[in-house]
Design a protein around this ligand. Structure first.
Ligand SMILES: Nc1ncnc2c1ncn2[C@@H]1O[C@H](COP(=O)(O)OP(=O)(O)O)[C@@H](O)[C@H]1O
Ligand SMILES: [Mg+2]
Length: 187
């Protein structure tokens, strides 16, 4: 489940709450967070178009591998380019692993207002180049499985929408109960 969107949109926040909810249900989950991966698996990569693409493909490779072993993987990673996300989708299709796209569509002005990492302020001062949505492109998903703008939506409600999506797509099978989201039949 790829959560794509601008920096500060709420991707990591939503992924962590969803995973916390799922942990109580017995679903095997993992979060592959962009920032953590950039500090480890992808520490050799920067923010050029080629490096951003490589970053997304590497994370996609790892997600698909985990998925094949039955892990529900949440991926809060900006993934600004359609072509990189498309490559990850194809990789999943080959092994019949479900790939869902959640567009955390919080608009730029709200992301910049939140500015949890101070990056928009830095970009505004000219101290940071290549900021996605400012002076680097963000290509919006055309037909995401879910689009959620968190501007006027609580974290609880937004994560509820993600959980509902997972339930609708049958990805919570085998678990018994997601708090606040009804019973899911155990197989
Ligand atoms: N409804 C909401 N959903 C998600 N995050 C929200 C919401 N309302 C406010 N926020 C805040 O917005 C910020 C989003 O940061 P983060 O999750 O790190 O974004 P991203 O991972 O997309 O860069 C956090 O400080 C979070 O507390
Ligand atoms: Mg994040």
């Amino acid at each position: 489940v790829w959560l794509t969107g601008l920096s500060g949109a709420g991707k990591s926040t939503l992924a962590l709450v969803v995973v916390e909810q799922l942990a109580r249900t017995g679903v095997d989950t993992e979060v592959l967070d962009g920032d953590q991966l950039r500090a480890s698996l992808c520490s050799d990569l920067g923010f050029s178009a080629a490096d951003r693409d490589t970053h997304v493909r590497r994370v996609g490779f790892l997600a698909e591998m985990l998925c094949r072993h039955g892990v529900l993987v949440l991926v809060p990673v900006i993934a600004p380019y359609l072509s990189s996300r498309q490559a990850v989708r194809r990789l999943h299709e080959v092994s019949a692993c479900p790939y869902l796209e959640v567009h955390v569509a919080t608009p730029l002005h709200e992301c910049a207002r939140r500015d949890p990492k101070g990056l928009y302020a830095k970009a505004g001062r000219g101290q940071l180049r290549g900021m996605t949505g400012v002076d680097d492109p963000y290509e919006e998903p055309v037909e995401p499985d879910l689009r959620v703008d968190t501007t006027d939506v609580s974290v609880g409600s937004a994560t509820g929408q993600v959980l509902d999506l997972l339930e609708r797509r049958g990805l919570l099978r085998g678990c018994c109960h997601v708090r606040g989201h009804g019973s899911v039949p155990t197989q």
